[in-house]
Design a protein around this ligand. Structure first.
Ligand SMILES: *Cc1c(COP(=O)(O)O)cnc(C)c1O
Length: 457
């Protein structure tokens, strides 16, 4: 099973040929989900005592199963937050697997962790965080947010914070669902400040002033968003930083989606204040063109993260020995055994240089602006608000939620695009609207026009 015989070599070549074909295909077929029963009826049992053979399994995957998936890097996949990993990064993802490096401890993973750390140096430099700030790559934004929240809570308790009651975190109503979900994991409560647009320092200050004294004692962190997933809205990071410093609260910025835009001169000023954060989440698998999965958590004071996350175990002691000293990624987030998921990002950055990354992020912002201009001038369409980063929200006159949903399914079924509706709340009213989110620099103006064409009366 672990030797490479002739059959396996042939299979490997077939698989590699397929992989290279897919990596170079910039316009993959827009697949559709199918019911599990139907897939099972078509492919049959695949896990059997003797195995069905690599050739057969691969054939089923290639001819049936992959067609029941939606390629996230399709240039007209503008739903959710899509992705567009660079070809260099995808290729190096294969190398990362082939290299079998344990990414937890320097003792085993030094050369690979070295590469991750260079990519991390660059991420830290984008934020402008002070000297000493550093971070690690995680499985995604959710794990990064959780790692930061655990660090914040532990730092607060070790400073004498309340231990017999649940901690409290303040976030805006635009915060990502993972903040609420991860607060449950650490048994903390989240107070949402209702905001239609950005969360300001003023609104945060008022929310804190309105808390009763027992609750105020349990408040330990504020989560601001550096680009809401729905609309690309960046909170008033400068104002929030000031309040957090005054009130001695942990200041976390969730820039899982928006973090890539730190590269873009056109919007960088909107992030002013992010350099004052205690921790920041950035997802390279969103707007920094890494393959899944790759998130990152950055800390102003990594030592606090180490105190919160370092695991103990007699068989792990050797890794803490002087002779093995070096940076141990597992000490700074929730996961022990880990893939070197920052390696594809490193290789791609080294290959292309950071200027290309800057160009590719600006391209997403440009596409959002161009889409907005076309929406503005098309009869029956109306912008809900000016684009935020690379998100465009718009409505079609006379349409309700059912119309939007049917349109989404129709376009997907016809292989045209995957664009999904979302909700937008203004003046207390929630409305279903359409949303574009641009990540892929290969998306063209013609792609946008093709989609808008399906919205003409
Ligand atoms: C996507 C996103 C997350 C969650 O990240 P995952 O990588 O999906 O775990 C968290 N916060 C924001 C703002 C996001 O856009």
């Amino acid at each position: 099973m672990h030797t490479l015989d002739l059959d396996t070599v042939e299979m490997t070549l077939d698989v590699m040929k397929y992989a290279i074909g897919r990596i170079t295909n910039k316009n993959p077929e827009l697949g559709h989900p199918r019911r599990e029963e139907d897939l099972l009826a078509e492919v049959g049992e695949t896990i059997t005592p003797k195995g069905i053979g690599g050739e057969r399994a691969f054939q089923l995957f290639r001819d049936v199963l992959i067609k029941a998936t939606v390629p996230i890097d399709h240039p007209r996949h503008l739903a959710f937050v899509p992705a567009a990993p660079t070809r260099a990064a995808v290729l190096f993802d294969l190398v990362t697997s082939a290299s079998s490096i344990h990414g937890a401890y320097w003792m085993e993973g030094a050369g690979g962790i070295f590469c991750e750390n260079r990519a991390m140096d660059w991420l830290v430099s984008l934020t402008g965080m002070p000297k000493g700030a550093f971070g690690v790559f995680t499985s995604g934004g959710t794990a990064a947010n959780l790692s930061a929240m655990v660090t914040a809570r532990e730092a607060w308790r070790s400073r004498g914070g309340v231990t017999d009651r649940r901690g409290i975190i303040i976030a805006s109503s635009g915060a990502h669902s993972s903040i609420k979900a991860m607060a449950k994991v650490i048994d903390a409560e989240v107070l949402l400040v209702p905001t239609e647009d950005l969360l300001t320092g003023q609104a945060l200050s008022e929310r804190i002033a309105g808390m009763n004294p027992e609750d105020r004692c349990c408040l330990f962190a504020v989560v601001a968003t550096g680009g809401t997933t729905n609309a690309g809205i960046i909170d008033d990071l400068q104002g929030i930083a000031e309040v957090c410093e005054r009130e001695k609260l942990w200041f976390h910025v969730d820039a899982a989606y928006g973090g890539g835009a730190l590269l873009a001169d056109s919007v960088r000023p909107l992030f002013a204040g992010i350099e004052r954060a205690d921790s920041i989440t950035i997802d390279p698998h969103k707007w920094l063109f890494s393959p899944y999965d790759c998130g990152a958590v950055l800390y102003k004071n990594p030592e606090l993260a180490r105190q919160a996350h370092q695991q103990e175990g007699s068989y792990l002691d050797i890794f803490k020995d002087e002779g093995a000293s070096g940076f141990n990624p597992s000490d700074y987030q929730i996961q022990l055994t880990r893939r070197l998921r920052g390696l594809p990002l490193w290789y791609s950055l080294a290959t292309h240089g950071t200027d290309k990354y800057k160009w590719a992020v600006e391209r997403g912002i440009y596409l959002a602006q161009e889409a907005a201009r076309r929406i503005d001038s098309q009869p029956g369409l109306e912008l809900v608000r000016e684009p935020g980063l690379s998100c465009v929200l718009f409505r079609k006159a006379g349409w309700d939620a059912v119309d939007y949903t049917e349109w989404t399914y129709r376009n997907h079924r016809d292989g045209i695009a995957l664009v999904a509706p979302t909700k937008w709340k203004a003046a207390g009213q929630s409305e279903t609207v359409l949303r574009f989110c641009f990540i892929n620099p290969d998306t063209t103006i013609e792609d946008i026009e093709l989609i808008l064409g399906t919205l003409r009366d």
